[in-house]
Design a protein around this ligand. Structure first.
Ligand SMILES: [Mn+2]
Length: 228
């Protein structure tokens, strides 16, 4: 079976619980649609687990972009940190980066290098067909008009873009994204996967006390790890 999850945000226990719930095995594939790190404390542990499993396929979220860039630059001696870098780090720390930084700093030099190399392998988007349905997977998406003119899109559009959830983007494809907690898309969907207009939004806001949601792309069945 092929599954998708997003916005794990350091919720290592819910991630492990989710893999148990779906009985994730070597026969399966799991797409992780970005924002593995920051806010929760277990993001580095999730990355370490992911990178040991070739059937767990990562896409890039805005938190990976920022973390990869800053962790790499922070590896330089403190005396070489520019004022700009310090300011960026303060903003990152306020947005949950402190947890990632502290876990990263506790790693061996070899493991830090492996984590940074792994973050470089994350794709921006993926298009797949599962059981006769076509899916476009990405952390987020730009507005419809921009997406329809695909060649004009930049990678940032799929990392920080704001999709129009009321629009049907494609008649022949499902858009699957994270990035926006579903409770912010529609209040009644809080903690639940949101499906409408051939768009499947799967960030249930796990780090804000909601379950970690996951969708099986073969069946569109939903799974939730409640934690605890
Ligand atoms: Mn995001």
């Amino acid at each position: 079976m092929i599954y998708a999850v997003s916005d794990i945000h350091g919720c290592y226990e819910k991630y492990v619980q989710l893999l148990e719930i779906i009985r994730f095995s070597e026969e399966d594939t799991l797409y992780v649609l970005g924002d593995v790190v920051d806010r929760g404390s277990g993001g580095i542990r999730v990355l370490q687990h992911m990178k040991e499993h070739g059937n767990i396929l990562p896409l890039r979220g805005n938190h990976e972009v920022l973390a990869a860039s800053l962790l790499r630059r922070l590896s330089a001696p403190a005396g070489l940190h520019s004022r700009k870098l310090v300011e960026l780090c303060q903003l990152w720390f306020q947005d949950g980066g402190r947890e990632t930084y502290e876990a990263f700093a506790a790693l061996s030099q070899e493991e830090r290098t492996r984590i940074l190399e792994y973050l470089d392998t994350f794709f921006i988007y993926e298009e797949i067909t599962v059981n006769g349905r076509n899916f476009f997977l990405s952390h987020t998406a730009p507005e419809k008009e921009k997406m329809q003119n695909f060649d004009s899109c930049r990678w940032e559009d799929f990392v920080t873009g704001k999709p129009d959830y009321e629009a049907v983007y494609f008649e022949d494809r499902y858009l699957v994204t994270g990035h926006s907690p579903t409770g912010l898309i529609e209040e009644s969907s809080v903690g639940r996967i949101w499906k409408k207009n051939r768009h499947i939004a799967i960030d249930c806001g796990a780090v804000f006390g909601n379950p970690l949601g996951c969708i099986c792309l073969d069946t569109l069945e939903e799974f939730y790890a409640e934690g605890g």
